[in-house]
Design a protein around this ligand. Sequence first.
Ligand code: GLV
Ligand code: MG
Length: 345
Amino acid sequence: MKLPKNFFKPLALGAPAPLRELPVRLERVIHFVPPHNEKVRARIKDTIKDVDVLLGNLEDAVPADAKEAARKGFIQMAKENEFGTTGLWTRVNSLASPWALDDITEIVGAVGNKLDVIMLPKVEGPWDIHYLDQLLAQLEAKHSIKKPILIHAILETAEGVMNVESIASSSPRMHGMSFGPADLAASRGMKTTRVGGGHPEYRVIADPDGGKRASSLQDLWHYSIGRMVDACAANGIKPFYGPFGDIADLEGCEVQFRNSFLQGCVGAWSLHPNQVEIAKRVFSPDPKEVAFAKRILEVMPDGTGVGMVDGKMQDDATWKQAKVMVDLARLVAQKDPARKELYKL
Ligand code: GLV
Ligand code: MG
């Protein structure tokens, strides 16, 4: 553990100072694109307008013989476009792969001043973050990068889940974490073949009482997402749900995203354009809830004491929940004119 007095010091002479607070940004949807695909790159200008974060994926789903083309395609994409309020991220290959070092050094060298966040897969413990943190500081100093590039970890191994708290508190460069159900299932030896979502056989049933036994599905991911949300919230960083692999199952995707939203996640990945609108809808607060939250803030202007709204008791704790909701609605309204109307802000 670093000494508290050293925690916010730059890790290399000439690197920008680490941030004390995360930049306030709307990140409901992290849209994954394969940068080696020319057709995808040709459409990128329109995609940027449609999503909150555009992520060039270099890791899983990119074949070994396309790794270099993906890296080069990402650099080209980053150079040729203006991103405005849309975040520019990349998911590099894991630190244990032969590609990670070149991914990081070439991308920071070429487009480090445009890159907001590096997503690091298969993070096992704080040592992975410390390594990338130091390397980024050296590269930032070398290439005169103006603002620190943040790190976003994927929580997708059993060891990572075991170390989730120390990963979350490992560096001021930590932006947040995404939950990776596919690799996590593999790492744990779960008997599934899916990427996120429920499983028809993971259920509890009522006692036998002669008739048909009531039964309901359980959530395979509840425990780990809960741990991730607590670790992130306690450290002032952001938790996200990751991928939902059944592209055709829009309802399944929406339910998985919504469960994570209700648990505290602030966004999710989209692997296909048809998941973008789902993520934007789910991770924007419901206009009815926003209207109710505004009334709570109105009846308790300084956030203390007790008030009543529609017969329901309100106090400091509901005021804080209401503030989370209204602050998020304001952020959404800045980017999304249609929702701004609905929120009446
Ligand atoms: C994401 O990378 C996952 O493994 O689910
Ligand atoms: Mg994965």
